[in-house]
Design a protein around this ligand. Structure first.
Ligand code: ADP
Ligand code: MG
Ligand code: MG
Length: 338
């Protein structure tokens, strides 16, 4: 279908060039990337824009096309993917960004590796899981989050990064059954030496269903980067719950449901979420059958320690990852991949 070959491309070598639409971002981006890609099929649509499967040098790639009003999100995501040392098996692989003009309309492209299974949300709707498959997904996702959250020191170091929109739709499933964290449009970085948190973290961002109590009651200390990691860990707890439900044990499995499916409708308001999460302090129910399954029982304990009302009591990502690895090894699954 559509190709980008008819698009005018903005300058790569001209340092004075900016996007022209307000960001002031120097275009240190590959000027020919979009030209080389032909779009094959639309695989996602939203308020932000669209995601397409495209072909680049004979290989599948994913092309996220942002509406021009979403330029800030494109800029942010491009910046985050350009962070030194971000490359990791469990972080969506970045190919490049491009800004092109199509019939005098700005098009913002972000090109990444393509994963045919789509998001964890799509995947869990389709399949049920063995214990090993679930732990592979969970441990690999935690691997990605640990890498994000951890600052690496040194001249070629990596800042700590808080994702701020962790949910099953923002985690992709790779063909080997492991996860890659995606969608960095809201991410913020932090460097300890400068104490600097890049981008003033406006509080009311993210997906309402996955918002932590401190976001919902607006008590989050936005100056504290650690607080943002804890917001991510709350959402991690909910994603682990989505995973646990799809594990078959003794022939039983729960259908896929998003967190709080039994308390709110499909598009809950901030107020609705605040009522159930902060005031009533409700959390997803752990199905009875989990208690008699050592792995699901252990997972349930981890979830509770992730979605704790008190953010300071939540487990850090590395602790969750280690606990899940322990669950795997204690059930003789030490050779699962993640
Ligand atoms: P948004 O910021 O609009 O939420 P995402 O980056 O989360 O955009 O992408 C939206 C959806 O598109 C994802 O939930 C997933 O279903 C699909 N998608 C995104 N990137 C890829 C990819 N690299 N491979 C396969 N599917 C993808
Ligand atoms: Mg998303
Ligand atoms: Mg997004």
């Amino acid at each position: 279908r559509g190709t980008a070959s008819d698009t005018a491309l903005t300058g790569y070598h001209d340092d004075s060039m900016t996007s022209g639409s307000g960001s002031g971002l120097p275009l240190l981006i590959q000027r020919t990337l979009a030209k080389q890609i032909s779009l094959a099929e639309c695989i996602g649509k939203g308020r932000y824009g669209e995601v397409w499967r495209g072909i680049w040098h004979g290989e599948n790639v994913a092309v996220k096309i942002f509406f021009s009003r979403e330029e800030a999100s494109w800029t942010r995501e491009t910046e985050i993917y350009s962070t030194v040392l971000l490359r990791h098996e469990n972080i969506l692989g970045y190919i490049g960004s491009d800004m092109t003009s199509h019939n005098s309309c700005t098009q913002l492209w972000l090109v990444t590796h393509y994963h045919a299974h789509g998001s964890l949300y799509d995947y869990l709707n389709l399949v049920t899981l063995s214990h090993a498959a679930m732990l592979t997904l969970a441990i690999s996702a935690m691997n990605g989050i640990v890498h994000l959250h951890t600052e690496i020191f040194g001249t070629q170091g990596k800042p700590a990064i808080a994702h701020r929109d962790i949910k099953s739709k923002n985690i992709l499933v790779k063909s080997n059954g492991t996860c890659a964290i995606a969608d960095f449009g809201l991410a913020v970085t932090h460097t300890q030496s400068t104490g600097l948190t890049q981008i003033a973290p406006n509080t009311r961002v993210g997906t309402k269903r996955y918002m932590s109590p401190e976001l919902l009651d607006e008590t989050l200390d936005t100056k504290c980067f650690e607080a943002l990691r804890r917001v991510d860990m709350y959402a991690v707890g909910l994603v682990l719950w989505e995973l646990g439900r799809r594990v078959i044990s003794n022939g039983i499995v729960e259908e896929y449901q998003p967190p709080f499916y039994d308390r709110v409708g499909s598009d809950p308001s901030f107020e609705e979420m605040r009522k159930i999460v902060c005031i009533d302090q409700q959390r997803p129910v752990l199905p009875n059958r989990w208690a008699s399954d050592p792995i699901l029982n252990g997972m349930g304990k981890v979830m509770r320690e992730c979605w704790h009302q008190n953010a300071n009591a939540r487990l850090p990502a590395l602790r969750v990852k280690k606990t899940l690895i322990k669950l795997a090894t204690s059930s003789n699954m030490e050779n699962i991949i993640y």
